[in-house]
Design a protein around this ligand. Structure first.
Ligand code: PHE
Ligand code: CA
Ligand code: ZN
Ligand code: ZN
Ligand code: ZN
Length: 297
């Protein structure tokens, strides 16, 4: 898998900040900064050969948009879907939440053609609208899949807040082996969790499990039995002294003290966490996109 350049991901975040600055300070559902964010991403994906579609929906009297991008190579009946919510809250530009996940998966998507990778499975990427209002965009997408389309989606990977300034290294606990969360996810979620953990082990970073209870856009997917997984660097939760010993940062303070605030700006990002997560996403997408060679167990 490619090493995703941190500078590329940061450049995308700078653009999200500029879009917010030009549109009343946010990129929220129903506000002009949201659609500007969609159009900005779509043009980059179109330019390298993705097949893009924008799915509209209505929520709270405003039109919302999901952006979908498919790489037209690989088995169309075995889709690996990777997503992040692109909307912010109204109070700020939403750079860690969730410019970080949006920019990281964008750079992974752009690395598919630039690396010459030919996946066995079909790669699809999604940027969801109106997550902050209750997972509205991802739920709209899942609810509007036909049975056949749903069955084609073999795995869903979700990235929401992957550059928290006082970062933790959390992996959704899809196998419930850490005993946190609401129990194990759909069968197949454990494989995703283990693939992500293999990447972190390879770089010598210890991860911890985090709730797999539906507090982000993977919720609608696991609700219909699609295996899912992802990473998270923490929101309003407080870093323990044990976690600070493991990962650095400041014990007794929130992972992201600017969570859902106006200070969630381009200054509110931990570069090391963002870089590690972007590379972990690339590794996981590359691994899951390849069918196992015959005889491989
Ligand atoms: N979905 C939450 C938000 O956007 C953030 C979050 C992600 C919380 C993952 C917990 C786990 O505000
Ligand atoms: Ca990198
Ligand atoms: Zn979020
Ligand atoms: Zn949020
Ligand atoms: Zn686990």
């Amino acid at each position: 898998a490619p090493d995703i350049p941190l500078a590329n991901v940061k450049a995308q975040l700078t653009q999200f900040q500029s879009i917010a600055n030009a549109n009343g300070g946010n990129r929220a559902h129903g506000r002009p900064g949201y659609l500007a964010s969609v159009n900005y991403l779509r043009s980059q994906l179109d330019a390298v050969g993705y097949t893009t579609t924008v799915q509209s929906f209505t929520y709270a009297g405003a039109t919302g948009y999901n952006l979908l991008a498919e790489w037209p190579v690989g088995d169309p009946d075995a889709v690996v879907l990777t997503g992040a919510h692109l909307d912010s809250v109204t109070s700020g530009p939403g750079i860690n939440d969730n410019g970080s996940g949006s920019a990281a998966i964008l750079e992974v998507a752009l690395a598919v053609p630039s690396s010459g990778f030919t996946p066995d499975k079909r790669l699809r990427f999604a940027w969801w609208g109106a997550e902050e209002l209750g997972l509205r965009g991802s739920r709209h997408y899942v609810n509007n899949l036909s049975g056949a389309e749903r069955d084609r989606i073999k795995q869903y990977l979700n990235f929401d807040m992957v550059g928290s300034p006082n970062a933790g290294y959390f992996v959704y606990d899809g196998d419930d082996s850490d005993g946190v969360g609401a129990g194990p996810g759909p069968e197949g979620s454990a494989e995703i969790e283990q693939t992500i953990e293999a990447y972190y082990t390879s770089i010598g970073v210890t991860t911890q499990g985090t709730d797999f209870n539906g507090r982000s856009d993977y919720g609608p997917f696991i609700a219909v039995g699609i295996p899912a997984g992802g990473t998270f660097t923490g929101a309003e939760g407080i870093k323990s002294s044990a976690q600070a010993a493991l990962w650095g940062g400041t014990a007794g303070q929130a992972f992201d003290s600017c969570y859902h605030r106006s200070c969630d700006t381009i200054a509110n990002v931990n570069d090391t966490a963002l870089d590690r997560n972007a590379d972990a996403i690339a590794y996981t997408v590359w691994e899951l996109a390849q069918t196992s060679p015959p005889g491989d167990t």
